[in-house]
Design a protein around this ligand. Structure first.
Ligand code: NAI
Length: 282
């Protein structure tokens, strides 16, 4: 499991959930995150080995898979890539003023590391037949979201890698590769996105089921690791309460009209509801 930094991290929740289901896991994060973060606490709690690695380093990744196979006493059944970082976002460079060195770093950490992970694992024959590899993505790969910046390009690439590698890994080793496109979630990486709170609020109002939280994402990841999804591969799976299929919702429209200089017409909304306040239109 790559990417558990603190107890808000999606990978943290996935690790806890997988172990609760009886999995034996190893954890990995950057040497800096291991020193500064609280991943050690999780490792202790879950009795899991913590293997520091920069996910952009092929050598470090080889070490993670080697040590993991030693700990597990055989091949690995599932891998979680829960890694993302953009120096351009951190340094507040706008999308039309990107620093290209930083863009390379964004893509390397947030997308190419996924390729490196699978290339290393495949060469070492580290993942068992029928195994499952999951990376976390976001809808900005398909649709432009204010403030998501070069991470949108990284996510588009991440999802493409899942398809391209999924074809070869499936064909040769029966390994599944998918991305889960998660709702905006309050984590360290999430909070780096400009206007994140408003984004969370907007998608909460638009999605019929509301935003999916990190615990719910963990549930979905565990389903994807399990034998219940043996023939699901090369997919980008939206886990967002329905947000990605919506255009406009009643709740968002109501809020929109309230907040701006739109001519208010109290009766306008009344006709959409019955006397008990239930929405009676579509
Ligand atoms: P997080 O900040 O807890 O996790 C990001 C992780 O990436 C951290 O553990 C960090 O140490 C690690 N990382 C950064 N550079 C690395 C490197 N060079 N090598 C190895 N690890 C490195 O935040 P969160 O939200 O749990 O992020 C996990 C994944 O979920 C990311 O891919 C993120 O883009 C994705 N995601 C997050 C959403 C959100 O709103 N929080 C929504 C949709 C997807």
């Amino acid at each position: 499991m790559f990417g558990a930094l603190n107890d808000m991290s999606i990978a943290w929740k996935v690790a806890e959930r997988a172990v609760a289901e009886g999995a034996i896991i190893t954890l990995s994060n950057t040497p800096l995150a291991v020193r500064m973060g609280t991943t050690n606490e999780l490792a202790e709690k879950l009795n899991a080995k913590l293997i520091p690695a920069d996910a952009t380093s092929v050598e470090d990744l080889e070490n993670v898979f080697r040590e993991s196979m030693e700990v597990l006493g055989g091949k690995i059944d599932f891998v979680l890539h829960s890694i993302g970082m953009s120096p351009n976002v951190r340094k507040k460079r706008t999308y039309d003023d990107l620093d290209y060195e930083m863009l390379n770093t964004t893509l390397d950490i947030s997308a190419i590391s996924f390729h490196k992970m699978m290339q290393v694992a495949k060469k070492m024959d580290a993942i068992a037949e029928g195994g499952s590899v999951v990376a976390l993505s976001y809808m900005a790969a398909q649709r432009t979201i204010f403030g998501y910046n070069d991470m949108a390009d990284a996510k588009a690439m991440l999802e493409s890698i899942a398809r391209s590698f999924g074809y070869i890994y499936g064909r040769e080793h029966g390994v599944r590769v998918n991305t889960i496109s998660q709702s905006p979630t309050l984590t360290t990486a999430g909070s780096g996105v400009k206007g994140f709170d408003s984004l969370v609020d907007f998608s909460e109002r638009v999605a019929p089921l509301g935003n999916a939280n990190a615990d719910e994402c963990a549930d979905y990841c565990v389903v994807m690791f399990s034998d219940l999804t043996k023939k699901v591969t090369m997919q980008n799976l939206f886990h967002d309460g329905g947000f990605s299929s919506m255009g406009m919702s009643y709740r968002a429209m109501e809020q929109y009209l309230k907040s701006f200089d739109c001519p208010q017409d109290e009766n306008k909304f009344k006709e959409f509801k019955d006397e008990k306040g239930k929405i009676i239109y579509g």
